[in-house]
Design a protein around this ligand. Sequence first.
Ligand code: ATP
Ligand code: MG
Length: 461
Amino acid sequence: SKYQHDFEARFRIPHITDVLPDAVSYPSPFCLKMRTPVSPDFAKGYPSDEEWHGYINNNDRVLLKVIRYSSPTSAGAECIDPDCTWVEQWVHRAGPREKIYFKPEDVKAAIVTCGGLCPGLNDVIRQIVITLEIYGVKKIVGIPFGYRGFSDSSLSEMPLSRKVVQNIHLSGGSLLGVSRGGPTVSDIVDRKRNQYALCSGGNGTHAGANAIHEECGRRRLKVAVVGVPKTIDNDILLMDKTFGFDTAVEEAQRAINSAYIEAHSAYHGIGIVKLMGRSSGFIAMQAALASGQIDICLIPEVPFNLHGPHGVLSHLKYLLERKGSAVVCVAEGAGQDLLQKTNATDASGNIVLGDIGVHIQQETKKFFKGIGFPVDVKYIDPTYMIRACRANASDGILCTVLGQNAVHGAFAGYSGITVGICNTHYAYFPIPEVISQPKVVDPNSRMWHRCLTSTGQPDFI
Ligand code: ATP
Ligand code: MG
């Protein structure tokens, strides 16, 4: 159908040969040792040993949607082709290609990390360096402190090798440092001729990476720009999850447990935990589901009132009367309509949010004081403790595979792409498609309703 056709066109990933049709390709030095199939039955229908090289073909695809809607009006179906209830959407499979578009010995690779911290950044840097070395790249550098490091002459590039990065994943943070703001795209491109860049960052970094990719295309430079999405909020479209999210949920549970113990041990105790989530409540929702200790979960996607008979505060009173204590978790972007609007922005142009956690804490104290009901309110904001954590095992694996595939994508000649996991497979996505808007919790989704069932909270409207 036309819809299918448009989808294919949108999800085509840009290749070096789009701007340099005469770009030469080389055989990949990346060695893959595939095991010979063990059972003859398994081998039936498979290529012979000689053909069994394990490289990914450029036409290999990963299925994006695997849902059969029983009717075009089913929940979630409105976004698809009204004529078809079987959705077939595919993206490009990530992995090593047999032909590469850069001669490894000529390559200068630059790695940059921007935005805020996220567990797993060091794991990604480490794996990119190791994979580059396996390809035979000799010049690998880290750009210090985000995009700023491209222009600030007081900051010098950091030479990277397996030896330098061997143990960096054992601690959180970023070996290279991060920053917001920085030079213009044109300045960056002036500085990084004949390199290819691997960026790890959030929506801002990806917007920047895509702009750099487009500028390199305009100047017909043979540069590949590849992103690895770094967003602790898990707010990137189409991806199962992004690195750091799993670790964040795990750490958030610790904060929630402390708030629960404090609240439970106090007379009429109320614990309030503020979690990350600027526009998406995934961390708050998952942490509430995982901990089982949350009575009220507030996220940006679902509006709520604090005051009034159906507000959060009167539900808190009900909880205190019924069971003596209560625990609230609130995502940082929730309830922004309840706060005074400021037009302040940070160095990268992101709007500075009002502090909803502190606001709820203050309003709670005021409300109970006003009705002469004694309460003991404890407020916990674990944000920076969570962001600085080292990645857990599952994020460590995710980062390793993303880092490897970022390098494979660049060598395959793709640029302006980002790598992610989709229906448990690793895939390449065109950057504009995944950052066109943040992925958010659907208030009509099964998962949000599972969360409401577990907290037992009503609607606060
Ligand atoms: P986080 O999720 O931690 O916010 P982020 O990557 O979104 O990560 P930002 O500080 O918003 O972090 O952006 C990172 C870098 O990208 C900054 O140096 C910023 O100047 C640059 N940047 C943001 N948007 C653009 C854009 N549209 N074009 C070029 N550069 C951009
Ligand atoms: Mg951002």
